[in-house]
Design a protein around this ligand. Structure first.
Ligand SMILES: [Zn+2]
Length: 279
């Protein structure tokens, strides 16, 4: 889960750009009439974001079915579609993901935008920049049309949540030749937050994502230690291996890397020579 600043694109400017060209005058007039309502929806969203209450954002009831369809088409045909009048904004938000990483799992490549609150229910938020999150296709698939109903089932919001200063994730190295790492939510955090994090991890299948990634990383670290032993022609003592893993922990760049290397530096099995059996 990667936290970052919310896009600063002006919502109404984006919306106007989307309805600017190649549109029937009647449809444009209809859409322009909706702008005051869209501004209200944006303000409701911002208010909810400030108090971390995405589950309390009212479902829009003021739009007719025709208006909802028009709004959905703005996203599909005038924002997400290649070479459409709003596509530059889509690309700008997508490109804002650090290192092109998916902001939800933090591992996959961000290739598309996900509506944090789905446009099927919230067509008024379909081109609201702060409702659009760069994600990988797997996370988009796992999340689907999720609508939060309480704090505990709100998906991580990269622009408004930041869990990196909370020690909420534990990892454990499983003494095993197959190289496995087990992740779990820390038990000593706020109960609601714990429930929410459990929900997010389950919904996005994050345990599996991390297990795959850090299982491979475990093999790489073991290989590197074995190569060092081979090159130096001497046995590696536990102090050396421990210092090596602590160095990796201290220089880790991401939250999950830190959690993994911390577990590695605390694994007596790995440090006392278990790494030699990993392949
Ligand atoms: Zn992802």
């Amino acid at each position: 889960m990667i936290s970052m600043s919310a896009p600063t694109l002006n919502f109404i400017q984006v919306f106007n750009q989307c309805i600017n060209t190649k549109i029937q005058p009647k449809n444009r007039t209809e859409l322009e009439k909706l702008i005051p309502l869209l501004i209200r929806s944006k303000e409701d969203y911002e208010k909810a974001a400030a108090s971390n209450c995405f589950h309390k954002i009212p479902r829009p009831t003021v739009y007719s079915t025709e208006e909802e369809d028009l709004l959905k088409k703005v996203y599909k045909q005038r924002f997400a579609k290649f070479e459409s009048c709003g596509r530059d904004f889509y690309d700008k938000i997508l490109a804002s993901a650090p290192n092109e990483k998916c902001l939800l799992c933090g591992q996959g490549t961000a290739t598309e935008l996900d509506h944090y609150l789905p446009q099927t229910t919230y067509p008024d938020l379909s081109v609201l920049p702060i409702n659009l999150i760069p994600v990988c296709s797997e996370c988009n698939f796992q999340k689907r049309e999720h609508i939060p109903t309480q704090y505990e089932n709100c998906i991580f919001h990269p622009y408004f949540d930041n869990f990196e200063n909370i020690n909420w994730l534990n990892a454990q190295i499983i003494p095993d030749k197959i190289a496995s790492v087990y992740f779990s939510i820390a038990p000593n955090i706020d109960d609601s937050l714990q429930k929410r994090l459990n929900f997010i991890c389950k919904k996005l299948n994050l345990n599996k994502v991390w297990q795959l990634k850090y299982g491979s990383r475990l093999i790489e670290v073991a290989q590197s230690l074995k190569a060092h032993k081979y090159a130096s022609g001497t046995e590696l003592d536990a102090c050396y291996v421990k210092a090596h893993t602590i160095y990796l922990k201290e220089t880790a760049r991401t939250f999950t890397d830190k959690v993994f290397y911390n577990a590695l530096s605390e694994s007596e099995w790995f440090i006392d020579g278990g790494f030699e059996g990993i392949y």
